[in-house]
Design a protein around this ligand. Structure first.
Ligand code: PHE
Length: 416
């Protein structure tokens, strides 16, 4: 089954065996929730922008430029290669991204624009937009979500303005040959950077981000830093906040790998970068229990945010929670597949293509191997819930039957 072109926004793209964009995913393109006045994501975006505008000024003018309207269609080079993500890194897998074809995809993170904006000569900027990832289905995961990414770079004179004796780069490092000698085996810094520069950047990065989190949640917010790894930063950290009795990761950050800066232009500065998820912040800030609500066009939801000051304290009140319907689906996998090789993300996409936004969750309930035939069997519970009305068992059964049929047709499985 091979189609040769895909239509997106009136444009034709060549398709190939990488193409895995679903019709459902195309319907989210261009919604730009982060720019819709009165959408909670847009309100959090505005508060973050205000914080950076207010905190970083030069002669009274904000120094961060904002990019919130960049096309989500990016090249593999932008999303991965430019960011030093290795060729076989799992984040490149078809299983995790929405590819238009082998060269183009819907960006999986806003960091995809970092190199092009550095190349354009920018030092301090925010990139805000929708990102696309194939993932499991539950109340905090949706295949489209929104990120704010940032880069802040400084030259020696800025970073060490009160300490002109200190350097950004180790004396042994030749900034004209940025590839030479830069390795990341030392967990505290990149080999090209001095420890002083790295530590000062780390202190600034962390205090700017804690300032942001406190501006959003108040001074009492409980948080912790966790060491992390990203191919494009070193060292790297994640920030977690304590929410509903659990630690919740809200952002990743670190010191930009010098190779990226040097390839894009500035070879005399050091930069930090971070990327944070707007949905999680908005859910925690406004007490929104389900990520699908961000996409709601229902006035019962939108009116709770409409015409409010961005800094107003809003607590979302569910209009009512309509009941769930849970139907199980069990099937035998074809002989050549095991539970581990069955492409569950393909299955999740298929379920969502047919059921749409009434799919609240798909969870693996049971699996086993038949002792004689050695065939693998899986059982998933599909949780259906409409956010705006009660679903009847009759209509759910109808959709469930369609899902069974589609699964049978697409994967050569046998429904039990
Ligand atoms: N792009 C990373 C993600 O999506 C976040 C990140 C951005 C981490 C910039 C470090 C620096 O998880």
């Amino acid at each position: 089954k091979s189609i040769s072109t895909i239509h997106i926004n009136g444009k034709d793209f060549k398709s190939d065996d990488y193409s895995n964009i679903t019709p459902k995913i195309l319907t989210y393109l261009g919604r730009n929730l982060h720019l819709q006045k009165g959408n909670p994501l847009s309100m959090v975006r505005q508060r973050i922008v205000n914080y950076f505008y207010k905190s970083f000024t030069h002669r009274g003018n904000p120094i961060f430029s904002i990019y919130d309207n960049l096309s989500p269609i990016v090249t593999v080079k932008q999303n991965f290669d430019d960011l030093l993500i290795p060729l076989h890194h799992p984040s490149r897998a078809k299983q995790d991204c929405y590819y238009i074809n082998k060269d183009l995809l819907f960006r999986a993170h806003m960091t995809a624009h970092q190199s092009e904006l550095l190349r354009a000569g920018l030092n301090n900027f925010l990139m805000i937009g929708d990102v696309y990832r194939r993932d499991e289905i539950d109340s905090t995961h949706f295949p489209v979500f929104h990120q704010v990414d940032a880069v802040r770079s400084q030259r020696k004179e800025e970073l060490f303005n009160s300490n002109p004796d200190l350097e950004i780069f180790e004396p042994s490092f030749d900034t004209k040959k940025p590839k030479v000698l830069n390795d990341i085996t030392d967990s505290s810094k990149q080999s090209c950077h001095t420890l002083e520069a790295t530590k000062l950047m780390e202190t600034q990065l962390k205090s700017h981000l804690i300032g942001l989190i406190q501006a959003l949640f108040g001074k009492d917010i409980k948080y912790r830093w966790v060491d992390a790894y990203f191919p494009f930063t070193h060292p790297s950290w994640e920030l977690e906040i304590f929410y509903e009795n659990k630690w919740m990761e809200v952002l990743g950050c670190g010191i930009v790998r010098n190779e990226i800066l040097a390839a894009a232009g500035p070879n005399n500065s050091i930069a930090y970068a971070f990327g944070l998820g707007l949905e999680r912040l908005a859910m925690a800030l406004y007490n929104i229990p389900d990520i699908r609500l961000m996409w709601s066009k229902d006035s019962g939801f939108l009116n709770q945010f409409a015409n409010k000051d961005v800094d107003a304290k809003i607590t979302y009140k569910p209009i009512s929670l309509y009941p769930q319907c849970v139907n199980d689906i069990s099937f035998w996998l074809p002989n050549d597949l095991t539970i581990d090789t069955f492409m569950s993300n393909d299955f999740y996409d298929l379920v969502r293509d047919i059921g749409g936004d009434i799919i609240e969750q798909v969870k693996l309930k049971d699996k086993f191997v038949h002792p004689k035939t050695k065939k693998h069997s899986v059982c998933y519970s599909i949780v259906y819930r409409h956010l705006e009305r009660t679903l009847t068992q009759f209509e759910v059964n109808k959709i469930h039957k369609e899902i069974e049929k589609a699964v049978t047709d697409s994967y050569n499985v046998v429904i039990r």
